[in-house]
Design a protein around this ligand. Sequence first.
Ligand code: CO
Length: 211
Amino acid sequence: MDSYYKLLKNNAEWASGKVARDPEYFKRLSSHQHPEIMWIGCSDSRVPADRITGTEPGEIFVHRNISNMVLSTDLNLLSVLQFAVEILNVKHIIVCGHHNCGGIKAAMQDESYGLMDQWIWNIKDVYRIHRAEIEAQETEDGRRRLLTELNVKEQVLNLAKTSIIQNAWSSGKYPHLHGWVYDVGDGVIHTVFEMPAGTEIDSIYKLNRKH
Ligand code: CO
């Protein structure tokens, strides 16, 4: 059976199974969504946000891209973020990186992949900022794992630089920001960085609305 066809077959079975167990399931879900969590993860097929967190439809609002980046010029990410924060009022935003990430590997070498080199350079920036700490690691694997963690931390910090998060923090007590790393090797998520709502940020990034 073609791999794509299997998806449709699975879907039909899944939908009828849900209704068999709970006839009102889709009727309830279709009226509105009220997720408390926004997830920013990697596009990697091995890191499905809902499967690895045991969450159901309606529980997490998801954005994924190569190496879970939060970039100031990414209209897609920023639109998802604004909707999540200002309309859905999510309480938590999780940036979840993962070990064995292709984007992290690509950032640590000089091979060109074409257009995506421009995306990867943002990961190289994280490497440059933390070069001493990363290169103090003895093994290639250690350097890669540390870059994965530091990249997650930098992306959480990037969230806090946005006017979207700063406005939310100045007018309320959410959202809290969390940096996680998922280990593809054993399926376990590790917490690496936390920024509770209202955390003081580097003064150069502080925004003050004067109009
Ligand atoms: Co990845």
